[in-house]
Design a binder for this molecule. Structure first.
Ligand SMILES: [Zn+2]
Length: 260
């Protein structure tokens, strides 16, 4: 049986607007957590599912992604993988990865894609066999992370990397439920984008009923996310920036969002 047939992905809210994500393979019992905003919520999710945690993957060093790591590691004995750049910052790391490394977690072969900008250590985790990726605080639905440690050019290069490396049908999970606010901002950049209008309506409906707007897909984001669309002529036109580079247009959109 294909790995995609035996895999279940469980996403649940943590803290105010973070996500917890568990990937579970029924055949091998492998269970992978991505980021640990809080240990108690993860422990509850694991016990409800009856899953034993075997691996933890970390996207970056921010407190709202690693706060529960020590307790969860201690409670489960899971092996922790994370960015080599944060070896000094995250004491619980057992193995570290650099851009392009592949790690084996049970039956899953997982690729580390370095996507710096929000932080310098940021890793996006890609699991090709099940067509999913977790982009941490780099790519959000209809948005992208604030640029804290890198610069805007670096962030744009990271988003371009995701555009090139992740197929359109990849399911995208990320660190935060920011989609509703992102949709409002995205419409200020491309008010005439029909795909964006439809997605904004869908997001409004989902949030009104208390649901999650993630996962999304690369194809949805390519059609609607203004940050991923910085290279599109229509976006350059909408901003009155025709002839400028995608990196310059991305920087303008990021600046507008920071000041929104
Ligand atoms: Zn962060």
């Amino acid at each position: 049986m294909a790995l995609s047939d035996t895999t279940e992905i469980h996403q649940f809210p943590c803290l105010n607007d973070n996500f917890g994500v568990l990937i579970h393979d029924r055949e091998s019992g492998t269970t992978i957590a991505i980021d640990v905003p809080e240990a108690t919520t993860y422990e509850k999710a694991l016990s409800e599912k009856g899953w034993n945690l075997t691996h933890i993957l970390i996207t970056h060093h921010h407190w709202d992604h690693v706060q529960g790591l020590g307790d969860l590691k201690q409670a489960t004995g899971a092996t922790v993988y994370g960015p080599a750049r944060s070896r000094q910052k995250i004491a619980e790391l057992d193995r570290t990865v650099e851009d392009g490394d592949h790690i084996k977690c049970g039956p899953y072969e997982i690729k580390a894609i370095a996507t710096p900008g929000h932080t310098l250590d940021q890793i996006s985790w890609y699991v090709p066999e099940i067509g999913m990726a977790h982009t941490g605080d780099t790519l959000f639905s209809l948005g992208c992370g604030r640029v804290f440690e890198g610069d805007k050019e670096m962030m744009w290069s990271s988003l371009e990397k995701l555009i090139h490396q992740l197929p359109d049908d990849t399911s995208i999970y990320c660190g935060h439920e920011y989609t509703e606010a992102n949709a409002k901002f995205a419409l200020t950049i491309e008010p005439g984008n029909a795909d964006l209008q439809a997605r904004a309506e869908e997001v409004g409906r989902i949030r009104a009923s208390g649901g999650a707007t993630l996962p999304t897909t690369m194809s949805v984001e390519k059609a609607t996310n203004p940050f991923l669309r910085a290279g599109e002529a229509s976006v350059a036109d909408a901003l009155g920036m025709s002839g400028k580079s995608a990196a310059e247009i991305f920087a303008e959109i990021r600046t507008r969002k920071d000041n929104a």
